[in-house]
Design a protein around this ligand. Structure first.
Ligand SMILES: [Fe+2]
Length: 374
């Protein structure tokens, strides 16, 4: 696709607002803003002046707002069935059998699901409010809420942005954070912790009340959720430091440096809990959760209590190993386009329209293209 098509999608989707970032732009009048929009696909803006945001900063914040809206949508689905429904995170009424299976991973799973959901709500709400305060468009994906809800008792029947009932979960983050010789930014690959989850399609929430038994089936669904939580939040853990390198405005940098580590706090929690997923075979579909502490698993790459980032190669193999978030290369697999690709491969957008995917890709490309000072 041509960039202009992306930006057309973005503009038509983002709606009527304009980025009127600097006094110079406002002084030039609406006609000049319109011309800038048509010529460049993004609004004209001033790069100097207090309160102004560069085009790159707006692109980064807009993509992050979209990602946080998508995270909120998927976490709400988890919370309705497996979390705590209250005034902070309303919606749904819980599924006792699903919650019981989640609690095998940790007795506090429902609280953690609730808190992760509330955090994502706060992230997109804040970023959108900040964009609006700078005269930029807040991001709204409501028109794409077309995917079905779970039919299991406890779920709301509303349109969703994301699918949690046909997931193909990449669990290579598990071994990526345990290797002390490999780094995906240097072209290395890492093994799947749960090979079965990386092939086929599996539910991470009960699709209906028929999924609540037999016991090893609902437990497999809870286990899938446990590893999916880690997958989602390791993505956010890489996305923020990756995009932060392209930010210009110090205050926008502060936002990314302050929100990003909360994604890491989520990831660290889920990394720990996933290790408690019991070994089993789902009798309905053959999905295997192996014992990660026993042969042929086990050792440094799989042992379940090795949840802190193992020191590994960074920037160049000539340097000593260092404990780091990985990946973080600009435009790499942890960037905006990389995140959209991995979430698409995850199955999160099964059933979504081509228009939705084009809008998301357009936002991602603009965010990855942002460079400091531009
Ligand atoms: Fe978030």
């Amino acid at each position: 696709m041509q960039p202009s098509k992306h930006t057309t999608s973005r503009r038509s989707f983002l709606g009527k607002g304009l980025v009127v970032a600097g006094a110079g732009v406002i002084g030039a009048g609406a006609g000049a803003i319109g011309t800038g929009l048509l010529a460049n696909g993004l609004p004209a803006f001033a790069q100097e002046g207090s309160g102004s945001l560069t085009r790159g900063d707006v692109a980064i914040l807009s993509f992050l707002a979209a990602i946080e809206i998508l995270e909120t949508d998927l976490w709400r689905q988890y919370n309705e069935l497996g979390g705590i429904q209250d005034s902070e995170v309303p919606g749904g009424s819980g599924s006792a059998a699903y919650i019981k299976a989640l609690q095998v991973l940790d007795g506090d799973m429902s609280q953690y699901i609730h808190d992760n959901t509330e955090d994502e709500i706060s992230h997109f709400t804040f970023i959108n409010a900040y964009l609006a305060s700078k005269g930029a468009d807040p991001v709204n994906l409501d028109r794409f809420r077309t995917l079905p809800s779970s039919r299991a008792t406890g779920a709301q029947q509303i349109g969703r942005l994301t699918n949690l009932m046909q997931l193909t979960v990449d669990t290579s983050w598990w071994t990526r954070y345990r290797s002390r010789t490999k780094n995906i930014d240097l072209g290395d690959t890492s093994a799947q912790a749960i090979p079965g989850l990386s092939k086929g399609q599996f539910p991470a929430i009960p699709r209906n009340d028929g999924d609540l038994s037999p016991n090893d089936h609902i437990q497999a669904i809870a286990n899938t959720a446990g590893f999916h939580f880690g997958f989602i939040e390791q993505g956010g853990t890489s996305l923020y430091p990756t995009l932060a390198q392209g930010v210009t405005n110090p205050e926008v940098l502060r936002i990314l440096l302050s929100i990003g580590p909360t994604e890491t706090a989520h990831f660290q929690t889920w990394h720990d809990k996933a290790g408690n997923a019991p070994a089993l075979t789902d009798p309905t579909n053959g999905l295997v959760f192996p014992n990660l502490n026993a042969s042929p698993f086990g050792g440094e790459d799989f042992q379940t209590n090795l949840i802190m980032p193992e020191p590994t190669v960074f920037l160049s193999r000539k340097f000593p190993a260092v404990s780091i978030i990985r990946p973080t290369e600009i435009g790499g697999s942890g960037g905006a386009v990389g995140t959209v690709k991995s979430w698409t491969a995850d199955g999160l957008f099964i059933g979504q329209s081509q228009e939705f995917l084009a809008v998301l890709r357009g936002l991602a490309e603009q965010a990855d293209n942002a460079r400091r000072g531009s």
